[in-house]
Design a binder for this molecule. Structure first.
Ligand code: PMM
Length: 287
């Protein structure tokens, strides 16, 4: 099978003819690459609309930082951050995804117009999440996750990272399907940087076609992550700051799109939108 064809479709979402671009709006004071920049509702909505103007197909709104070591935000505060931004963007016709590990936030975001629930814990953090998403009948991202940010670095231990991530994702897919979410609604994500060292992230990117054997569309979220800092630093140097990793991010977007990813999640949309268009053009020329 060509790795270039058949990205898969997700029930309830449009069928894009190329890898989709998911732009990120973190309504947080402390996300590792853009914390504090879009922290009030008006600025966050404006930023989401700017991302759409730059080529985002979806906008992912989150109110809790998941950077390594981060402590959890409380539920009321997460709701206060996320729901008005979701409502504001949905009212403008934007396809909004909500990035949350809490069922209550997912439910209220869907009521406010979100069309996809992106749970980095794949339903593990909150036992009410899977039933809530099943009842809402919206798409659900199942990401590979081994524990909360406080402890995830200590869980980055693998003998064969690709085989283990595949097996753990398959088990999560089975669990969420058993919990009532129809398979057609699932998106899978290797969870780059979550309980993973740089070498693990690179190995997963090198083996994306194997992840596609899970049979569901694949979301790849490499944007500005630590492993890119390691790559750019080379052997000796110090990693460039997160906001200087956008060219490297766009390179990953091109690679992921070329390997059949369904969507890439990025902070800086313009370069990635170009990257996925180029990948699409190359794909067209191969037929
Ligand atoms: N990474 C972050 C946040 N949300 N969602 C998915 N599906 N996959 C990811 O890898 C992912 C995510 C952390 O990055 P950020 O703090 O820069 O947004």
């Amino acid at each position: 099978m060509s790795t270039l064809r058949g990205r898969g479709t997700v029930e309830g979402l449009p069928e894009w003819d190329r890898c989709a671009v998911m732009g990120v709006v973190n309504v947080t004071p402390d996300s590792f690459s853009d914390g504090g920049r879009w922290f009030d509702t008006t600025t966050a909505v404006k930023h989401g609309l700017d991302l759409v103007a730059e080529g985002a197909d979806l906008v992912d709104v989150g109110g809790e930082s998941t950077r390594p070591g981060a402590t959890r935000v409380d539920e009321d505060e997460e709701l206060r951050r996320v729901v008005p931004v979701v409502r504001g963007l949905a009212a403008e016709g934007v396809a909004v995804s909500v990035d949350t590990m809490r069922a209550s936030v997912a439910e209220q975001a869907v009521a406010a117009g979100a069309v996809l629930v992106n749970d980095v814990s794949g339903g593990l953090a909150d036992p009410a999440m899977v039933p809530a998403v099943a009842a809402a009948r919206v798409p659900f991202v199942v990401m590979h996750w081994r524990g909360f940010s406080e402890t995830m670095n200590s869980r980055a231990v693998y003998t064969d990272v690709v085989a283990e991530v595949l097996a753990e994702l398959r088990a999560r897919m089975d669990a969420v399907i058993a919990g009532g979410i129809a398979p057609e609604y699932l998106v899978v994500d290797p969870g780059l940087g979550f309980a993973k060292q740089a070498g693990h992230d690179l190995a997963l990117l090198a083996h994306l076609p194997e992840l596609r054997s899970l049979g569901r569309p694949l979301l790849v979220a490499a944007s500005r992550k630590r492993f890119l800092g390691h790559v750019l630093a080379g052997g000796e140097g110090s990693p460039p700051p997160a906001r200087e990793r956008d060219a490297a991010t766009a390179a990953v977007s091109a690679i992921a799109a070329h390997q059949g990813a369904w969507a890439v999640r990025v902070h800086e949309v313009r370069a990635t939108a170009d990257a996925v268009r180029v990948a699409r053009a190359v794909e067209g020329a191969a037929r």
